[in-house]
Design a protein around this ligand. Structure first.
Ligand code: SF4
Length: 287
């Protein structure tokens, strides 16, 4: 397990390694970049290479037992527990560990909530299920999340690459918003994040602003209000802290009028389960 600077969790636990791209939010997947850089996987994380890249790591299964303090644990920061190549028998073993340690909170985040919705669990209160929703194009993942047996459901809107528009957050406990990080980060005007925050406030959902779009992770961690002030929003499903004034920064992207869906303007990705609707232009596919 590793300590992490990700503000909404404390440590990461990776009993699975490797993945394959699902949608536009995977375009600059940090897990893939890290894995290829350090040689943990050898091939790009396409669907075609998934057999070579996705592996169960049973040697890590018991790691959470070594944590002394009750902790929030991000499950599979370097993979997706609901990747279709993870065997149900192995997923059962991961869930057994999580259910056996109720003092910890396990945050399972997936881009495949349609598969998580079919998972039998167990889903005790300390196993949270989250879906990544990077754009309005994938708001249907909310429905899959609602269909799951998880008692605590959350959304990670990171990297947020388009405005969501109106969304029904019924049955959702927590929304995290973050811009993309890295040298090729795509912009996230703070107005997109404010729209989601306002929906959370109106629908009684906890809201967490993680970061702005910037060249490194955890930069611009305050959200700018329409009056120009900056605020730290760090709520959890079980802990609704009031926002507090925070440091100003220059990563708000408000001058960018990119309110149309960037997902339609860049090279479509061949999803493993849902192929992109638009034909690919003369750019390499991600999948
Ligand atoms: S689903 Fe997550 S881990 Fe898998 S390729 Fe996409 S961003 Fe990376």
């Amino acid at each position: 397990m590793n300590k992490t600077i990700i503000a909404w969790t404390k440590v990461t636990w990776n009993p699975v390694h490797g993945c394959s791209r699902v949608s536009e939010g995977c375009r600059h997947c940090y897990a893939e970049a890290l894995s290829l850089r350090y040689g943990w996987t050898k091939l790009p994380w396409t669907a075609q290479n998934a057999e070579a890249n996705v592996r169960e790591v049973p040697a890590k299964l018991r790691e959470p037992y070594s944590l002394k303090e009750p902790s929030r644990i991000f499950v599979n920061s370097m993979s997706d527990l609901f990747h279709p190549l993870i065997s149900p028998a192995y997923r059962d073993r991961v869930f057994a560990v999580m259910a056996d340690l109720p003092q910890h909170t396990f945050q399972v985040l997936t881009k495949r909530p349609e598969l998580a919705a079919q998972w039998h669990g167990p889903w005790p209160k300390n196993i949270w299920l989250g879906a990544s929703i990077e754009s309005a194009r994938h708001l249907d993942r909310l429905d899959h999340l609602r269909q799951s047996g998880a008692q605590v459901r959350f959304v990670s809107a990171e990297p947020l690459i388009s405005a969501w528009g109106a969304a029904d957050l019924t049955g959702i406990d927590w929304v995290i918003v973050g811009g993309e990080s890295g040298p090729e980060h795509r912009p996230m005007p703070h107005t997109w994040a404010r729209e989601i925050r306002d929906m959370c406030l109106a629908q009684d959902v906890a809201f967490f602003f993680k970061q702005s779009a910037a060249y490194r992770t955890e930069m611009g961690t305050t959200l700018q209000n329409t009056d120009g002030t900056f605020w730290t929003w760090q709520q959890w499903p079980d802990q609704r802290a009031e926002p507090v004034p925070g440091e100003s920064h220059k990563f708000t992207c408000e001058s960018i009028k990119a309110v149309s869906l960037p997902v339609q303007a860049t090279a479509p990705l061949q999803a493993t389960s849902q192929p992109a609707a638009t034909p690919p232009p003369a750019q390499p596919s991600l999948f």
